[in-house]
Design a protein around this ligand. Sequence first.
Ligand code: ADP
Ligand code: MG
Length: 436
Amino acid sequence: MNNNSSAYSRLSYYTESENSITIKVPSKFVEVSLQSCLADLENLISQEASKPIKIKILVKKDDEPVAVEVEEEKVEEEPVKAEITVKKSKNDSSLNSVYTFENFVSGENIFAYNACRSIAENPGGRYNPCLLYGGVGLGKTHLLQAIGNFIVANSKLKVRYTTTENFMNEFIESINNKNTSQFKNKFRKYDVLLVDDIQFLENKESTQTEMFNTFNDLYETGRQLVFTSDRPVSEIKTLTERLRSRFERGLNIDIQPPLFETRLAILREKCKEKNQVISDSVLTYVAENVQTNVRDLEACLTKLIAYSELISKDISLSVAQELLKNSIRIDVDKSTTSISTIINVVANYFKVSVFDIKGKNKNKSISNARQIAMYLCNTQTDFSYTEIGVEFGGKDHSTVMYGVNKIKNELQKSDNEMKTIINQILVELKAALKKK
Ligand code: ADP
Ligand code: MG
């Protein structure tokens, strides 16, 4: 057990019975974090023990004698708040002090990183206002808060972080309480205003007006403004022209998804933060296969660490592969993947003939295999719907599109059956491509 504050390093063995293991966690927050991978952990431990083993979680601090069984307790959201409060700065900035420049791996986002550092070192200077935009889980909130934490630590400037949603809620509350002037003063008293997720302004007319007025007041008096959005402002629908032009007149930076080397560096950084040692082969496997975003990388790492804590063993590559089989997205090299290879691999997987996959047979299992093959051709190659249709016995592009969308919809569902099938086929596809 180490002394760092990460949630995952604070699981401990408590008791066990014939068919269950009870582990102790210090807060509801840790329990909630653990719930997402409980089923996988139970499966793996049951396999090791060759019998079904249930994992029970006990929320209990080291110095607290009272035990509370999770199953008997109503799930309440309060403790999550408590955990976050601990990490909050000691001022009214609403910042979370865990996000710093030191623990941000800049990688492909070196430009964004340098700009944010420059803003932090010289607020209200050259890069004002600034907008960071990009997909989810790529580090926008991290950078935004790092700016705030740096300024709080190195100056006496008044900093405020807020989500757009919170800004709107406080605004609505002020309307209800008839104290909008108090609300106006509240956000205008800061030297640095950091506003997260402005895409939330979509369709919120009054909040947009309020944001516009706040923006102008602060900007005109030389205060620093930094915003984030999950898309470029030009793509935020119904954003008034005047507000759009305010955002666009500043520095707009596109946050990029991390490439392999950066993903590996981030995983190493997170292990260091959590005082965990995980072998390089396992980290490489995760970095190679989890290509979506940093949040997903962290989620996989959490799963691995929780499992390693539970069995008190280092994680081997094969255990990691088993544990993460539903979480990872395996991708193949698009340029070398042909439609015919995909059709062969899918036919082989479902034990149907290539002729059936290309044919018109509407039998459920055959059409399911056919649609999965179409989906894989769409996601793992650069061929168009029309080109794919030709290889599937001359089908038109709308038939292919229908099949692809059907599988995409299946993948949205919460049970992971389709995800598992797709991942298993991708493993086989990768192996088939290697043999070539
Ligand atoms: P976004 O706001 O873009 O959706 P976040 O800033 O919330 O993403 O990032 C998601 C998680 O990934 C956070 O825990 C964050 O600390 C971490 N993270 C993202 N990018 C990096 C990076 N380059 N280096 C280290 N951690 C990162
Ligand atoms: Mg965010």
